[in-house]
Ligand binder design. Structure first.
Ligand code: SF4
Length: 408
């Protein structure tokens, strides 16, 4: 059963630097369609250990309870929402942006004692790394992970590193995408490596090539390949490391292939961005001559090359927001962001390239009932679902993140 409340109204047009809720009280009086958690969580992987009372709350009950709890917490609590979060979560966000901007925002606001991060696990980890020691980061639903980040199991990456060393493939700089476990960011920090985002990956690759002959790029092969091409690395100078193969297989490469490689790509991908295709772009251009096709660099190489532009979620949001009235965009990224941009830009045509694209299923696991539970617990002086790294991981990961921050 869908609980119908008030109709959806467009969100205000904001930039990433706009704080939605200066007063730190409940930022919304808009009730969105929210099905009770009990009706949504028939999937196996949702966090189950939250009190029974939250399972049946409807949208208006949740809004009222979050508002009351936030009033009690005042400025001690801030809610951050990733661009890909569902609309009935974004309505509560004080600030929204991509993973890096949100972590940076948390770091620059030490007055917020509790950072409630509506995103996925690696993002909450990054906020914990960059925030001050007295700040506590909470992920409302601990089962909100990232399938791409999960494709780079730290043990597999350490094994790859050892295999490369044993095979004499040295002078390698590890680069991990922001979308990875904190332990891999720490691995990069310890081994002369660095973190990148989808916005600064080309500059980070330049940084790496100033320090080594080749890079090991994980977990997203597509971002790595697209970035390598932008930096003039030919495809035959890139090798793909298949982490599913047993130790000793060199990830499916001949030694001479790896010796020649300047970019060794981890065979990971984003299940959302992997869905976009050149055929969808061709159809968009047939249907809307002159349309601008803009995609995320996590898309496959052929898609990025066929598009008019590619860039991070912030880049996509800015390009659409700043375009003149009447502009047309077919967009290759997650549907919640595309739908929001379409609503916020009613004078433009904005639609998703994939007609059947599904939202990022792990982002979707942050249901408002989890947010309500986490905030009410904070108001009662209890912390649930804190994302807290050990000191060594925090320190080493911070080194890799600070290297990234120093890259222009
Ligand atoms: S959109 Fe892709 S990369 Fe981003 S959180 Fe979801 S699965 Fe991970």
């Amino acid at each position: 059963m869908v609980i119908k409340t008030k109709p959806l109204e467009p969100l205000p047009v904001i930039s990433e630097d706009t704080v939605l809720n200066e007063a730190m009280e409940c930022p919304t009086d808009r009730d969105l369609d929210t099905r009770p958690l009990a009706e949504e969580s028939s999937f196996a992987f949702w966090q189950k250990d939250i009190p029974e009372e939250y399972w049946r709350l409807d949208g208006s009950q949740i809004i009222a309870r979050i508002a009351a709890a936030r009033k009690r917490l005042g400025r001690r609590c801030v809610v951050l929402g990733h661009h890909y979060q569902r609309e009935d979560i974004i309505q509560f966000a004080d600030f929204r942006g991509d993973s890096f901007k949100l972590a940076q925002w948390a770091a620059e606001r030490p007055e917020a004692e509790f950072i409630v991060f509506c995103g996925v696990h690696f993002m909450a980890e990054a906020a914990d790394i960059l925030s001050q020691p007295h700040q506590k980061t909470v992920l409302p639903n601990m089962s909100a992970g990232c399938s791409m980040a999960d494709m780079a199991d730290p043990e597999d990456v350490y094994a790859c590193w050892d295999e490369l060393t044993e095979a004499g493939i040295t002078d390698v700089i590890p680069i991990t995408y922001m979308n990875s476990a904190a332990s891999l960011k720490a691995f990069c920090g310890r081994n002369g490596g660095i973190v990148c985002t989808s916005s600064n990956a080309p500059n980070v690759m330049d940084w790496a090539f100033q320090r080594g002959k080749r890079v090991l790029f994980f977990p997203d092969q597509h971002l790595g390949r697209n970035t390598g091409l932008k930096r003039g690395i030919a495809l035959d100078q890139m090798a793909l490391w298949d982490y599913t193969l047993p130790f000793g297989s060199l990830g499916g490469n001949a030694p001479e292939q790896l010796e020649r490689a300047r970019v060794i790509l981890w065979k990971g991908h984003c299940s959302v961005h992997n869905r976009f295709s050149v055929q969808q772009i061709e159809k968009a251009r047939r249907d809307h001559p002159g349309i601008t096709v803009i995609v995320h660099p996590e898309c496959q190489m052929e898609v990025v090359q066929a598009a008019d532009a590619d860039g991070s979620t912030s880049f996509i949001a800015d390009a659409i927001t700043e375009a003149p009235a009447g502009a047309q965009f077919a967009v290759g990224t997650e549907i919640n962001l595309v739908s929001r941009l379409a609503r916020e830009n009613p004078d433009k045509l904005v639609y998703c390239l994939d007609p059947v694209v599904c939202p990022c299923s792990t982002m979707y696991r942050i249901h408002p009932a989890y947010l309500c539970w986490a905030i009410e617990e904070l108001a009662e002086g209890r912390i649930v679902n804190q994302v807290e790294l050990d000191e060594d991981t925090r320190r080493d990961a911070r080194i890799a993140l600070e290297r990234m921050l120093a890259v222009k």
